[in-house]
Design a protein around this ligand. Structure first.
Ligand code: G3I
Length: 303
């Protein structure tokens, strides 16, 4: 196959990208994105600050722009994200305790209700584990509402849209030996044992010098999958853009049946959240295919 999406589809997987609503008027951007990818994640437009800027007042203008572009171009959509310590609107930052807990529940119901039946998978909870060696939860206003906040979020989400896969999504849970990976693994294992509804784990996979790709990535994917959840590579970018590393990541996903898809976090290098000068993606700033693109396509095609 000659595009990433079609090549991934040969094994029943998808190949997606983050899309920014502000770039949908850029025809170079939409030409590449429309041609290559078959899954879309809104880079910012479905986050809490974007969808509920004032308490109880939901706004889906930008989120719908991304959603509609995706669907009109034959793509599915991952929802990102419902419960997160970051990009909270001011009103939510100032809440705590039971009122914050209730606000989180209302937010999940409001956003998932709007997109009910339309989303392949939701990142229900994002980045709830601490960096470093503790293996424990990140301190946040949501965590301070009680350790059960994550399972409350997942139970709420299942009821709000039973058709969506429900994912836990995080960065630096790619290296199997890291405490953060083990912390998330233990949570997912516990959820599966107790029947807390969780369907997938999102490995963001932002690789850089401090958190480089490690060959135990495949072990991480296999280990999560063995708990009975899908694994999705949700925000892949590799600083420096090594073609070899990209190929390894894709090979590791293809090696695990329950690794169901890969999304990169942006189309061209110039679209990356990492800013000017960064070269972490599959297309350069002029929209040319990079060596990393060819490497990924080859692996998806069985090479
Ligand atoms: O919309 C405003 C615009 O009005 C203003 O002029 C401009 C000036 O700085 O800022 C714009 O907002 C920015 C927004 O991106 C849209 O470009 C925010 O400042 C900026 O903080 C925000 O960054 C996003 C970041 O999440 C925030 O947490 C990145 O685009 C987005 O790529 C990044 O994505 C996250 C995932 O959601 C979770 N995992 C990590 C990943 C990378 O950080």
């Amino acid at each position: 196959a000659s595009t990433l999406g079609a090549a991934a589809a040969q094994s029943g997987r998808y190949f997606g990208t983050a899309i920014a609503s502000g770039k949908l008027g850029d025809s170079a951007y939409t030409t590449i994105a429309g041609r290559e990818f078959d899954m879309v994640t809104a880079e910012n437009e479905m986050k809490i600050d974007a969808t509920e800027p004032n308490r109880g007042q939901f706004t889906f203008t930008a989120g719908d722009r991304v959603y509609n572009w995706a669907v009109q171009n034959g793509k599915r959509v991952r929802g990102h994200t419902l419960a997160w310590h970051n990009q909270q609107p001011g009103w939510m930052q100032s809440l705590s305790g039971s009122s914050l807990r209730q606000a989180m529940i209302n937010h999940i119901n409001g956003v998932m209700g709007h997109y009910k039946g339309k989303i392949y998978a939701w990142d229900v909870v994002n980045e709830a584990y601490a960096d470093g060696n503790s293996g424990g939860r990140r301190d946040s206003n949501l965590q301070r509402t009680g350790n059960d906040w994550i399972e409350v979020a997942f139970r709420t989400a299942r009821a709000a849209d039973p058709a969506a896969k429900l994912c836990y999504n995080d960065y630096n849970i790619d290296n199997w030996t890291w405490a953060k990976t083990q912390g998330v693994y233990n949570m997912v294992r516990d959820f599966r044992a107790r029947g807390v509804p969780i369907d997938c784990v999102g490995l963001q996979s932002h690789f850089n010098a401090n958190s480089p790709y490690n060959s135990n990535y495949r072990t991480t994917i296999q280990s999560f999958a063995a708990l009975g959840v899908d694994v999705q590579i949700t925000e892949l970018d590799i600083q420096g853009g090594s073609a070899t590393t990209y190929a390894n990541v894709v090979r590791d996903c293809l090696a695990v049946p329950r690794c169901t898809g890969i999304s990169v976090w942006g189309v061209r290098d110039s679209d990356s959240w990492l800013g000017a000068g960064a070269t972490p993606l599959l297309f350069d700033g002029n929209g040319n295919k990079k060596a990393a693109y060819t490497a990924v396509l080859d692996v998806l095609n069985g090479g």
